[in-house]
Every structure is written in structure tokens, then in C-alpha cells.
Design a protein around this ligand. Structure first.
Ligand code: HEM
Length: 464
């Protein structure tokens, strides 16, 4: 099997050689139509959404991590999960998350950095961002942080097992005889061990809430018990307004664990990795100092020394552009596919038969000159500052159609909050400013080996 770090580039080269659509076939996998046309993806993901489902091979290989949660669900089972999950993404909730959680956790990151700023110590930004997103998300979705920022240099057992599982399961869906491979290499045993650990951990979060309410939701801590967090929404399925429980519709512990783990995949890695690539792209030699200066200027003009709010993040257009531009070149979900469940014809006339796959490589699409123009490979946040926003099938990093990412706004607000708080206070120097980091084979797109930086205080006047 090609390693993921080579696979994305190899596919990019194949598109360059064979054009915007090419097909492949593999034993045990069948025919796959590889596309990189926004128009075709609009057809598959939106117009004829009903003719395509999640790839059953992905569902099976990722089962130890996602189980029956939203990422592997289709049809009615997907619909109710999407509806329930969407409840936590309101403007009112975003206001509360920004001022209470993102700012507070960002301040913890600042306090940590400030201990080592100007000392020459090398800090891994990716590790720090992982801690920030996991602790923030834990508080918002489950009422408790994971305590990662207490000691960012030593990842918690949960984070280690979770990362390991992501890494071990990567590439399974496109690997022929995956089950055999797991058995021959002994990987299967490690997957079972990590899966058991993370599932028990998730179950403990549920038990905590159920037994003694030691981790009430964020809103409940503020005297508003009716505003439920994600965990409570799932735990209350089958319970009516006066507390009567319908045992037939109540979710099993297994399903609750699946929901917790699915939301963690969504809420932690994607945003932390996108932030890491953003900081890399902003600080590599090619970027030049003007880029960061522009971001600092915007931040100072918008915040005027105050902390970020939901409203201020909306005004930070350049910060958002820096984040989106990084996601274009390094999409957190870098490859994706759907299986056809009813014969279909793609725009342009190519037939897709039931059981065949349509796949797309977001990494290659983000760098394609026919989509983004001759400067496609360059990191240019400015391209987001003029004209209207690109369509969601052109900028496909947050997906498109009825299954579009539910957390796009959440992730953007979270990222802009942290970026603006850090960039005002500190300067970042990459340890290897001329070296493009490799990415680690994983379900998402972590930087292999993290992002080592040295940090200095920008000025001493901003209170930490
Ligand atoms: C930079 C950050 C993020 C990126 C790039 C991203 C990207 C994506 C993509 C590509 C999908 C579609 C997956 C598929 O169906 O094949 C997706 C789905 C989803 N995302 Fe995100 N995501 C991000 C952050 C978040 C956050 C922070 C949350 C939650 C707080 C979230 C919640 C979800 C959910 C619930 C779905 C499933 C939607 C469905 O199947 O209906 N995402 N995301």
C-alpha cells in the first residue's frame, strides 16, 4: 500500500496525466471513478444525493472508531442524528462558546506559551492546537475538558489511543484484502485494544453525566438547564418533556459511545490540523513578513485591545481567509468517496452503475489550476478577499450538499479566536522554515512529527 503521504501526491500526478476523470479497478473493491470537477461533485453530493451513500468499505474498516455514528450513517439513521446534532450550532450558542470557552482555553494556551517565550525552547504547535480543540470541544459538547492543556507536553492516554486508532485505520477502505492484512500484520489486535480504550473512556463520560451530574452542561452551569449540550441531546432521545422514558427509542450505551466518538473526530482533529497548516503556511520563508503583519493589523483594528467575541470573529475577514486558504491546500479530510446505490449518469455522460464508487481527492482539487487558476499552488489569502465566496464544490474542504459539514462556522470561529489572540501577542519562527512538512497517514491530515516553532513576545504591553 502506498503511504498516505505519497498517495495524495501520486493521485495528483495521475489526474495531471489522465485528466479530470479517470477510472481504476481493484480486486475486492471494483470500479472507482475518480473525479476532480466541481460540477460532477455538485451532481453526486447535492443534485442526485439520493443515488449515493457512504462507502460500505469505509463503514466496515472504520467501525472500531465510528460505529453507527453520523459519519458512517445513511438514510433515516443519518437524518435524525444530523437533526439532533445541528441543535448545538446556533448563533446564541456560538456567542457563548466564543466568550466563555474559546477565549478561556486560548488564554490557557497563551499562559503556557508565555512561560517559554523568548527562551528559545522549541514548542510543537500541532500538539498545542490538539489540546486546545479537544479541551474546548469537551467542555462544549460534554461539559468537561479533557485536561490536555494542563500538561501539553504529555498527551493524555485518551489522546494517544485516539490518534493511534486514526493512524491504524487510515487507508483501509481503499486497500484490497484489508481484513487479511490486519490479521497478517497483527494490526487488528492493536486496533481492538485502542478501540476498547477509547470506547471505555467515552462510556465514562456518559456515566459521569448519568450518575452524579459532576459534569453538567455549560449552559446548566449558568442556570439554564434547558439548553442541552450534545451529550444531553443524545442521552435524552426517547425521554419526553416530563421525564417519561420510552425504552424502545432510548439510545443504547453503544450508540451513545458512537455519538461521543464521532463528535470528537469532527470537533478535534480537523480544526487543530487546519490551524497547524495555517501557521506553517503563514510563517514559512515563502510567505514573507507582510502576511502576518496584515493579520496583526486587522486583529488590532477589530479587537482594539479587547478579547474576541462572536461578532469580532465575523469581522476578521483576513484571518478567515488565512484559515480557508490553508484548508484549500491542506484539506483536513483529504480524500472522500461515495458508492452508487442506483444507476446514474454523471454530467458529461459517463454512466455509474450501482455498486461503483465515485471518489475525489480534495488535496489535488485544491491545487488544480483548472479550478483555482495558474497560481493554484500558492498560498494567497488575498484570493478570498475579492469577489464572492467560491461555491462549496469548488472549495470542497467542508463538503457540500445535504451532508455538508455541520461544524464549519464553529471551526472557523474557534480558529479565528485562537489565531487573533496568539498573533497579537507572539511571533512564531518555524524551526524548519524552508521545509514542507510531510503528512502522517491518518483519517485526517496531521503534520508528521508536529510543527516545531520558537516563540517570542511581540510586545510586552498586552496582558497575559
Ligand atoms: C477545519 C475543520 C473541519 C473540516 C475541514 C471539516 C470537514 C468535514 C467534511 C469534509 C465533512 C463531510 C464528511 C463526509 O460526509 O464524507 C464533515 C462532516 C461533518 N462535520 Fe466537519 N469539519 C470540520 C470541523 C468540524 C467541527 C468543529 C465539527 C463539530 C463541532 C464538525 C462536525 C461535522 C459533522 C457532525 C459532520 C457530519 C455531517 C453529516 O454527515 O451530515 N466538523 N466535516
Amino acid at each position: 500500500m502506498l503511504k498516505r503521504k505519497h498517495l495524495l501526491q501520486a493521485q495528483e500526478a495521475t489526474y495531471a496525466k489522465y485528466g479530470k476523470i479517470y477510472t481504476t479497478a481493484a480486486p475486492g473493491v471494483g470500479r472507482t471513478i475518480n473525479v476532480m470537477e466541481p460540477e460532477i461533485l455538485d451532481h453526486v453530493l447535492r443534485v442526485n444525493f439520493w443515488a449515493y451513500e457512504k462507502d460500505p468499505r469505509s463503514k466496515t474498516t472504520l467501525w472500531p472508531l465510528i460505529g453507527a455514528g453520523i459519519f458512517g450513517a445513511d438514510g433515516a439513521h443519518w437524518k435524525w442524528q444530523r437533526k439532533l446534532t445541528s441543535n448545538i450550532f446556533s448563533a446564541k450558542a456560538f456567542r457563548q462558546y466564543t466568550s466563555e470557552v474559546f477565549c478561556r482555553e486560548a488564554q490557557t494556551v497563551i499562559n503556557y506559551i508565555d512561560k517559554y517565550a523568548n527562551s528559545g525552547k522549541v514548542i510543537d504547535l500541532q500538539q498545542l492546537f490538539n489540546c486546545f480543540t479537544l479541551d474546548s470541544f469537551g467542555e462544549i459538547a460534554f461539559g468537561q475538558t479533557f485536561g490536555c492543556l494542563d500538561d501539553p507536553e504529555h498527551p493524555t492516554e485518551f489522546a494517544v489511543a485516539f490518534d493511534h486508532l486514526n493512524h491504524l485505520l487510515a487507508g483501509g477502505a481503499s486497500t484490497p484484502f484489508w481484513g487479511l492484512k490486519l490479521w497478517l500484520t497483527g494490526r487488528g489486535k492493536q486496533i481492538a485494544k485502542d478501540s476498547k480504550f477509547v470506547r471505555e473512556y467515552a462510556l465514562n463520560i456518559i456515566q459521569d453525566r448519568r450518575n452524579n451530574q459532576t459534569s453538567p452542561s455549560l449552559a446548566a452551569k449558568h442556570g439554564n438547564p434547558h439548553q442541552k449540550d450534545l451529550l444531553q441531546l443524545f442521552m435524552d432521545v426517547g425521554t419526553d418533556n416530563v421525564g417519561n422514558v420510552d425504552e424502545a427509542t432510548k439510545l443504547s450505551d453503544d450508540m451513545l459511545v458512537d455519538s461521543v466518538l464521532n463528535s470528537l473526530i469532527a470537533g478535534r482533529d480537523t480544526t487543530a490540523q487546519a490551524l497547524t497548516w495555517t501557521f506553517y503556511l503563514m510563517h514559512r520563508t515563502q510567505a514573507g513578513p507582510e502576511l502576518v503583519q496584515k493579520l496583526v493589523k486587522e486583529t488590532e483594528e477589530v479587537l482594539k485591545g479587547e478579547k474576541p467575541t462572536y461578532e469580532s470573529t465575523k469581522q476578521q475577514k483576513y484571518a478567515e481567509a488565512c484559515f480557508n486558504e490553508a484548508l484549500r491546500l491542506y484539506p483536513s479530510v483529504s480524500r472522500n468517496s461515495r458508492i452508487c446505490i442506483e444507476d446514474d449518469v454523471l454530467p458529461g455522460g459517463l454512466k455509474v452503475y450501482k455498486g461503483e464508487r465515485v471518489a475525489w481527492n480534495l488535496y489535488a482539487m485544491g491545487r488544480a489550476t483548472h479550478i483555482w487558476g495558474p497560481d493554484a499552488k500558492e498560498y494567497k489569502p488575498e484570493r478570498w478577499m475579492k469577489g464572492s465566496k467560491p461555491s462549496s464544490t469548488k472549495f470542497i474542504s467542508f463538503h457540500s450538499g445535504p451532508r455538508t459539514c455541520l461544524g464549519q462556522q464553529f471551526a472557523t470561529i474557534e480558529a479565528v479566536t485562537l489565531m487573533s489572540m496568539l498573533i497579537q501577542r507572539f511571533t512564531f519562527e518555524l524551526v524548519n522554515p524552508d521545509l514542507e512538512p510531510a503528512y502522517l497517514p491518518s483519517l485526517t491530515l496531521p503534520v508528521d512529527g508536529g510543527l516545531p516553532v520558537r516563540i517570542k513576545r511581540r510586545k510586552e504591553t498586552i496582558a497575559v
